[in-house]
Ligand binder design. Structure first.
Ligand code: PLP
Length: 367
Protein backbone atom coordinates (compact mmCIF):
# COMPACT_ATOMS: atom_id res chain seq x y z
CA UNK A 1 0.00 0.00 0.00
CA UNK A 2 1.33 3.40 -0.90
CA UNK A 3 2.13 5.94 1.77
CA UNK A 4 -0.36 8.63 2.71
CA UNK A 5 1.22 12.10 2.72
CA UNK A 6 0.05 14.97 4.93
CA UNK A 7 -1.08 16.84 1.84
CA UNK A 8 -1.06 15.66 -1.77
CA UNK A 9 -0.48 18.72 -3.93
CA UNK A 10 0.17 16.66 -7.06
CA UNK A 11 -3.44 15.43 -7.24
CA UNK A 12 -4.62 18.97 -7.86
CA UNK A 13 -1.88 19.71 -10.39
CA UNK A 14 -2.99 16.62 -12.27
CA UNK A 15 -6.60 17.81 -12.27
CA UNK A 16 -5.79 21.36 -13.44
CA UNK A 17 -2.77 20.55 -15.61
CA UNK A 18 -4.17 21.92 -18.88
CA UNK A 19 -5.42 25.17 -17.40
CA UNK A 20 -2.22 25.74 -15.42
CA UNK A 21 -0.08 25.10 -18.50
CA UNK A 22 -2.18 27.55 -20.52
CA UNK A 23 -1.84 30.15 -17.76
CA UNK A 24 1.95 29.82 -17.62
CA UNK A 25 2.20 29.69 -21.41
CA UNK A 26 0.27 32.95 -21.70
CA UNK A 27 2.68 34.71 -19.35
CA UNK A 28 5.76 33.31 -21.09
CA UNK A 29 4.48 34.56 -24.45
CA UNK A 30 3.50 37.96 -23.05
CA UNK A 31 7.05 38.81 -21.98
CA UNK A 32 5.62 40.56 -18.87
CA UNK A 33 6.75 38.85 -15.71
CA UNK A 34 6.38 41.50 -12.98
CA UNK A 35 3.47 43.90 -12.39
CA UNK A 36 1.66 42.71 -15.47
CA UNK A 37 -1.99 42.18 -16.32
CA UNK A 38 -2.37 38.91 -14.39
CA UNK A 39 -1.36 40.45 -11.06
CA UNK A 40 -3.78 43.34 -11.61
CA UNK A 41 -6.60 41.00 -12.68
CA UNK A 42 -5.93 38.62 -9.79
CA UNK A 43 -6.01 41.53 -7.32
CA UNK A 44 -9.37 42.63 -8.72
CA UNK A 45 -10.73 39.09 -8.67
CA UNK A 46 -9.66 38.49 -5.05
CA UNK A 47 -11.13 41.84 -3.99
CA UNK A 48 -14.45 40.95 -5.67
CA UNK A 49 -14.43 37.40 -4.25
CA UNK A 50 -13.69 38.59 -0.71
CA UNK A 51 -15.80 41.72 -0.77
CA UNK A 52 -12.81 43.96 -0.03
CA UNK A 53 -12.27 47.36 -1.63
CA UNK A 54 -8.54 46.84 -2.16
CA UNK A 55 -6.33 43.78 -2.67
CA UNK A 56 -2.56 44.22 -2.93
CA UNK A 57 -0.38 41.34 -4.05
CA UNK A 58 2.93 40.81 -2.25
CA UNK A 59 5.69 38.22 -2.10
CA UNK A 60 4.42 36.10 0.82
CA UNK A 61 2.01 35.88 3.73
CA UNK A 62 4.79 37.02 6.02
CA UNK A 63 5.28 40.14 3.89
CA UNK A 64 1.52 40.73 3.87
CA UNK A 65 1.68 40.90 7.69
CA UNK A 66 4.80 43.10 7.79
CA UNK A 67 3.60 45.50 5.11
CA UNK A 68 0.06 45.43 6.49
CA UNK A 69 1.25 46.42 9.96
CA UNK A 70 3.37 49.24 8.56
CA UNK A 71 0.56 50.39 6.28
CA UNK A 72 -1.55 50.89 9.42
CA UNK A 73 1.25 52.94 10.98
CA UNK A 74 2.32 50.33 13.53
CA UNK A 75 5.99 50.44 14.49
CA UNK A 76 8.54 50.98 17.27
CA UNK A 77 7.04 51.56 20.71
CA UNK A 78 3.72 49.94 19.79
CA UNK A 79 2.30 46.76 21.27
CA UNK A 80 0.28 44.28 19.23
CA UNK A 81 -1.81 41.60 20.93
CA UNK A 82 -1.70 38.14 19.34
CA UNK A 83 -1.72 34.42 20.10
CA UNK A 84 1.33 32.38 21.14
CA UNK A 85 -0.12 29.29 19.44
CA UNK A 86 0.50 30.04 15.76
CA UNK A 87 3.18 29.85 13.10
CA UNK A 88 6.21 31.94 14.05
CA UNK A 89 5.66 34.43 11.18
CA UNK A 90 2.68 36.00 12.98
CA UNK A 91 4.77 37.31 15.88
CA UNK A 92 7.90 37.69 13.77
CA UNK A 93 6.11 40.24 11.57
CA UNK A 94 5.18 42.30 14.64
CA UNK A 95 8.81 42.23 15.83
CA UNK A 96 10.10 43.00 12.35
CA UNK A 97 8.24 46.32 12.19
CA UNK A 98 9.78 47.26 15.55
CA UNK A 99 6.64 46.67 17.61
CA UNK A 100 6.27 44.21 20.50
CA UNK A 101 4.04 41.14 20.38
CA UNK A 102 1.95 40.70 23.53
CA UNK A 103 0.55 37.20 23.87
CA UNK A 104 -2.91 36.22 25.09
CA UNK A 105 -3.64 32.53 25.69
CA UNK A 106 -5.93 30.50 23.44
CA UNK A 107 -9.29 28.88 24.00
CA UNK A 108 -8.32 25.19 24.14
CA UNK A 109 -11.45 24.15 22.20
CA UNK A 110 -10.82 26.39 19.18
CA UNK A 111 -7.02 26.86 19.38
CA UNK A 112 -7.71 30.57 18.71
CA UNK A 113 -6.99 33.61 20.89
CA UNK A 114 -9.42 33.83 23.82
CA UNK A 115 -11.08 37.27 23.70
CA UNK A 116 -11.63 37.10 27.46
CA UNK A 117 -7.88 37.46 28.05
CA UNK A 118 -7.41 40.54 25.90
CA UNK A 119 -8.59 43.42 28.12
CA UNK A 120 -6.15 42.46 30.91
CA UNK A 121 -3.09 43.09 28.69
CA UNK A 122 -4.19 46.34 27.01
CA UNK A 123 -1.83 49.21 27.89
CA UNK A 124 -1.52 52.79 26.58
CA UNK A 125 0.97 51.39 24.04
CA UNK A 126 -1.44 48.81 22.60
CA UNK A 127 -2.23 49.68 18.98
CA UNK A 128 -3.67 46.54 17.43
CA UNK A 129 -5.09 43.03 17.74
CA UNK A 130 -3.70 40.37 15.43
CA UNK A 131 -5.94 37.29 15.60
CA UNK A 132 -5.07 34.16 13.60
CA UNK A 133 -7.79 31.93 12.13
CA UNK A 134 -5.77 28.87 13.03
CA UNK A 135 -6.12 25.65 11.02
CA UNK A 136 -9.00 27.30 9.10
CA UNK A 137 -11.33 27.98 12.04
CA UNK A 138 -12.43 31.63 12.36
CA UNK A 139 -11.32 33.39 15.53
CA UNK A 140 -14.16 34.91 17.60
CA UNK A 141 -14.33 38.09 15.49
CA UNK A 142 -17.54 39.38 17.06
CA UNK A 143 -15.97 39.58 20.52
CA UNK A 144 -12.59 40.77 19.20
CA UNK A 145 -14.14 43.60 17.16
CA UNK A 146 -16.10 44.79 20.22
CA UNK A 147 -12.88 44.89 22.28
CA UNK A 148 -11.05 46.68 19.46
CA UNK A 149 -13.77 49.31 19.32
CA UNK A 150 -13.77 49.75 23.09
CA UNK A 151 -9.99 50.35 23.25
CA UNK A 152 -9.63 51.98 19.81
CA UNK A 153 -7.34 49.28 18.41
CA UNK A 154 -6.69 48.33 14.80
CA UNK A 155 -7.44 44.71 13.83
CA UNK A 156 -5.20 42.77 11.45
CA UNK A 157 -6.44 39.28 10.59
CA UNK A 158 -3.88 36.56 9.83
CA UNK A 159 -5.86 34.65 7.19
CA UNK A 160 -2.90 32.54 6.02
CA UNK A 161 -4.72 29.31 6.93
CA UNK A 162 -8.33 30.28 6.31
CA UNK A 163 -8.87 32.05 3.00
CA UNK A 164 -12.39 31.53 1.74
CA UNK A 165 -13.71 31.02 5.26
CA UNK A 166 -16.49 33.25 6.56
CA UNK A 167 -17.59 34.51 9.93
CA UNK A 168 -21.26 35.52 10.21
CA UNK A 169 -21.40 35.89 6.43
CA UNK A 170 -18.32 38.11 6.08
CA UNK A 171 -15.22 36.77 4.36
CA UNK A 172 -12.29 36.36 6.76
CA UNK A 173 -9.76 39.12 6.14
CA UNK A 174 -12.47 41.74 5.56
CA UNK A 175 -13.82 41.99 9.12
CA UNK A 176 -10.88 43.80 10.72
CA UNK A 177 -9.04 46.80 9.23
CA UNK A 178 -6.77 44.59 7.18
CA UNK A 179 -6.33 40.94 6.26
CA UNK A 180 -3.11 39.11 5.36
CA UNK A 181 -3.31 36.14 2.97
CA UNK A 182 -0.63 33.56 2.16
CA UNK A 183 -0.45 31.60 -1.07
CA UNK A 184 2.25 29.21 0.19
CA UNK A 185 1.66 25.98 -1.80
CA UNK A 186 -0.06 24.04 1.00
CA UNK A 187 -2.47 26.84 2.00
CA UNK A 188 -6.16 26.72 1.02
CA UNK A 189 -5.39 28.90 -2.01
CA UNK A 190 -1.88 27.70 -2.81
CA UNK A 191 0.50 28.94 -5.49
CA UNK A 192 3.41 26.98 -6.98
CA UNK A 193 5.92 29.14 -5.17
CA UNK A 194 5.57 32.01 -2.70
CA UNK A 195 2.88 34.67 -2.73
CA UNK A 196 0.67 36.73 -0.46
CA UNK A 197 -1.93 39.47 -0.46
CA UNK A 198 -3.28 42.29 1.68
CA UNK A 199 -7.03 42.96 1.87
CA UNK A 200 -8.38 46.26 3.15
CA UNK A 201 -11.16 48.80 2.72
CA UNK A 202 -8.89 51.58 3.99
CA UNK A 203 -7.74 53.64 1.00
CA UNK A 204 -4.85 55.23 2.86
CA UNK A 205 -3.51 51.88 4.12
CA UNK A 206 -3.91 50.41 0.61
CA UNK A 207 -1.92 53.27 -0.93
CA UNK A 208 0.81 52.88 1.67
CA UNK A 209 0.95 49.10 1.15
CA UNK A 210 1.31 49.61 -2.61
CA UNK A 211 4.25 51.93 -2.00
CA UNK A 212 5.89 49.71 0.61
CA UNK A 213 5.87 46.65 -1.65
CA UNK A 214 7.74 48.61 -4.33
CA UNK A 215 10.62 50.28 -2.48
CA UNK A 216 8.44 52.87 -0.79
CA UNK A 217 7.58 54.94 -3.83
CA UNK A 218 4.51 55.73 -5.92
CA UNK A 219 6.86 55.93 -8.89
CA UNK A 220 10.04 54.02 -9.45
CA UNK A 221 12.37 56.92 -8.78
CA UNK A 222 10.36 58.88 -6.24
CA UNK A 223 10.91 56.88 -3.05
CA UNK A 224 9.07 58.38 -0.11
CA UNK A 225 9.85 55.80 2.56
CA UNK A 226 12.03 52.77 3.20
CA UNK A 227 10.10 49.88 1.73
CA UNK A 228 10.69 46.42 0.32
CA UNK A 229 10.91 44.48 -2.90
CA UNK A 230 7.85 42.35 -2.29
CA UNK A 231 6.04 41.56 -5.49
CA UNK A 232 3.68 38.83 -6.49
CA UNK A 233 4.88 37.60 -9.87
CA UNK A 234 2.86 37.16 -13.06
CA UNK A 235 3.31 33.39 -13.34
CA UNK A 236 2.01 32.78 -9.81
CA UNK A 237 -0.83 35.27 -10.33
CA UNK A 238 -1.88 33.59 -13.59
CA UNK A 239 -2.01 30.15 -11.94
CA UNK A 240 -3.71 31.53 -8.82
CA UNK A 241 -6.49 33.02 -10.99
CA UNK A 242 -7.30 29.50 -12.16
CA UNK A 243 -7.36 28.22 -8.60
CA UNK A 244 -9.34 31.13 -7.11
CA UNK A 245 -12.30 30.11 -9.25
CA UNK A 246 -12.28 26.77 -7.44
CA UNK A 247 -11.56 27.93 -3.90
CA UNK A 248 -15.13 27.64 -2.59
CA UNK A 249 -15.40 24.17 -4.11
CA UNK A 250 -12.05 23.10 -2.67
CA UNK A 251 -13.01 24.34 0.80
CA UNK A 252 -16.32 22.44 0.56
CA UNK A 253 -14.36 19.29 -0.29
CA UNK A 254 -12.08 19.87 2.71
CA UNK A 255 -15.22 20.12 4.88
CA UNK A 256 -16.50 16.83 3.48
CA UNK A 257 -13.20 15.11 4.31
CA UNK A 258 -13.37 16.54 7.84
CA UNK A 259 -16.97 15.34 8.27
CA UNK A 260 -15.89 11.82 7.34
CA UNK A 261 -13.09 11.97 9.90
CA UNK A 262 -15.53 13.36 12.51
CA UNK A 263 -17.90 10.45 11.97
CA UNK A 264 -15.16 7.82 12.05
CA UNK A 265 -13.28 9.22 15.04
CA UNK A 266 -16.16 10.24 17.32
CA UNK A 267 -16.38 8.37 20.64
CA UNK A 268 -12.74 7.26 20.74
CA UNK A 269 -11.12 7.43 24.17
CA UNK A 270 -8.45 10.09 24.66
CA UNK A 271 -9.26 11.86 21.41
CA UNK A 272 -10.83 15.32 21.05
CA UNK A 273 -12.20 16.21 17.60
CA UNK A 274 -11.72 19.68 16.05
CA UNK A 275 -14.22 22.27 17.28
CA UNK A 276 -17.35 21.74 15.17
CA UNK A 277 -18.18 24.78 13.03
CA UNK A 278 -19.96 25.42 9.75
CA UNK A 279 -17.33 28.07 9.06
CA UNK A 280 -14.26 25.83 9.39
CA UNK A 281 -12.26 25.52 6.15
CA UNK A 282 -9.91 22.84 7.54
CA UNK A 283 -6.49 23.99 6.38
CA UNK A 284 -5.58 21.30 8.90
CA UNK A 285 -7.66 18.58 10.49
CA UNK A 286 -6.20 18.80 13.97
CA UNK A 287 -7.26 16.59 16.87
CA UNK A 288 -6.03 16.51 20.47
CA UNK A 289 -4.71 13.23 21.81
CA UNK A 290 -4.63 13.09 25.59
CA UNK A 291 -2.57 11.37 28.28
CA UNK A 292 0.69 10.82 26.42
CA UNK A 293 -1.01 8.80 23.69
CA UNK A 294 0.03 11.29 21.01
CA UNK A 295 3.47 9.76 20.48
CA UNK A 296 1.88 6.30 20.30
CA UNK A 297 -0.53 7.44 17.59
CA UNK A 298 2.05 9.37 15.63
CA UNK A 299 4.54 6.48 15.70
CA UNK A 300 1.82 3.95 14.90
CA UNK A 301 0.66 6.00 11.91
CA UNK A 302 4.23 6.33 10.66
CA UNK A 303 4.65 2.56 10.87
CA UNK A 304 1.45 2.21 8.82
CA UNK A 305 2.88 4.57 6.20
CA UNK A 306 0.63 7.50 7.19
CA UNK A 307 2.04 10.98 7.72
CA UNK A 308 0.90 13.22 10.56
CA UNK A 309 2.31 16.42 12.02
CA UNK A 310 2.45 18.48 15.18
CA UNK A 311 1.52 22.10 14.52
CA UNK A 312 2.98 23.59 16.68
CA UNK A 313 5.37 21.77 19.03
CA UNK A 314 6.49 24.93 20.87
CA UNK A 315 4.25 27.88 21.69
CA UNK A 316 5.95 31.14 20.76
CA UNK A 317 6.48 32.30 24.37
CA UNK A 318 8.72 29.26 24.90
CA UNK A 319 10.92 29.88 21.85
CA UNK A 320 14.40 31.24 22.58
CA UNK A 321 13.60 34.60 20.91
CA UNK A 322 10.51 35.28 23.02
CA UNK A 323 11.22 33.29 26.18
CA UNK A 324 12.17 36.32 28.25
CA UNK A 325 8.75 37.94 27.90
CA UNK A 326 7.10 36.09 30.80
CA UNK A 327 3.41 35.36 31.24
CA UNK A 328 1.46 32.14 31.61
CA UNK A 329 -0.18 30.45 28.64
CA UNK A 330 -1.28 27.05 29.93
CA UNK A 331 -3.79 26.32 27.15
CA UNK A 332 -1.18 26.98 24.47
CA UNK A 333 1.21 24.63 26.26
CA UNK A 334 -1.48 21.96 26.54
CA UNK A 335 -2.28 22.33 22.84
CA UNK A 336 1.38 22.05 21.89
CA UNK A 337 1.57 18.81 23.89
CA UNK A 338 -1.63 17.25 22.55
CA UNK A 339 -2.31 18.37 18.95
CA UNK A 340 -1.90 16.11 15.96
CA UNK A 341 -2.79 17.08 12.38
CA UNK A 342 -3.98 14.24 10.15
CA UNK A 343 -3.66 14.11 6.35
CA UNK A 344 -6.17 16.31 4.52
CA UNK A 345 -6.49 17.77 1.02
CA UNK A 346 -9.55 18.57 -1.08
CA UNK A 347 -9.48 15.55 -3.37
CA UNK A 348 -8.53 13.04 -0.66
CA UNK A 349 -10.43 9.87 -1.63
CA UNK A 350 -12.82 8.14 0.76
CA UNK A 351 -10.78 4.89 1.04
CA UNK A 352 -7.69 6.90 1.98
CA UNK A 353 -9.64 8.81 4.65
CA UNK A 354 -10.97 5.48 5.98
CA UNK A 355 -7.48 4.01 6.03
CA UNK A 356 -6.19 6.89 8.18
CA UNK A 357 -9.25 6.81 10.45
CA UNK A 358 -9.05 3.02 10.98
CA UNK A 359 -5.38 3.29 11.86
CA UNK A 360 -6.17 5.94 14.49
CA UNK A 361 -9.05 3.80 15.80
CA UNK A 362 -6.80 0.76 16.10
CA UNK A 363 -4.19 2.74 18.02
CA UNK A 364 -6.62 4.30 20.51
CA UNK A 365 -9.25 1.56 20.93
CA UNK A 366 -8.91 -0.25 24.25
CA UNK A 367 -7.82 -3.87 23.63
C1 PLP B 1 1.86 30.31 6.41
C2 PLP B 1 1.59 31.26 7.49
C3 PLP B 1 2.13 32.57 7.49
C4 PLP B 1 3.18 33.02 6.53
O1 PLP B 1 2.89 32.85 5.20
P1 PLP B 1 4.10 32.69 4.13
O2 PLP B 1 3.42 32.86 2.83
O3 PLP B 1 4.68 31.34 4.33
O4 PLP B 1 5.08 33.78 4.42
C5 PLP B 1 1.73 33.44 8.48
N1 PLP B 1 0.87 33.07 9.44
C6 PLP B 1 0.34 31.83 9.48
C7 PLP B 1 -0.62 31.49 10.57
C8 PLP B 1 0.70 30.88 8.53
O5 PLP B 1 0.19 29.65 8.59
Amino acid sequence: MSDVPLVDLSAEVELLADELKDAVDGVLRSGMFINGPNVRAFEEEVAAFAGARYAIGVNSGTDALVIGLRALGIGPGDEVITTPFTFFATAEAISNVGATPVFVDIDIDTFNIDPQGVAAVVTPKTRALLPVHLFGLPADMGALMRIAQQYDLAVIEDVAQAFGGRSEGAMLGTIGDLGALSFFPSKNLGAYGDGGMILTDDGEAAGKARMLRAHGGRNKYANEMIGYNSRLDEIQAAMLRTKLRRLDGANALRRAVANRYDRALGNLPNLVLPSPSESHVYHQYTVRILSDFRAVVQDGLATAGIASAVYYPTPLHQLPVYSRMGGAFPNSETAAREVLSLPIWPTMAAPVIERVASAVQRLLQPA
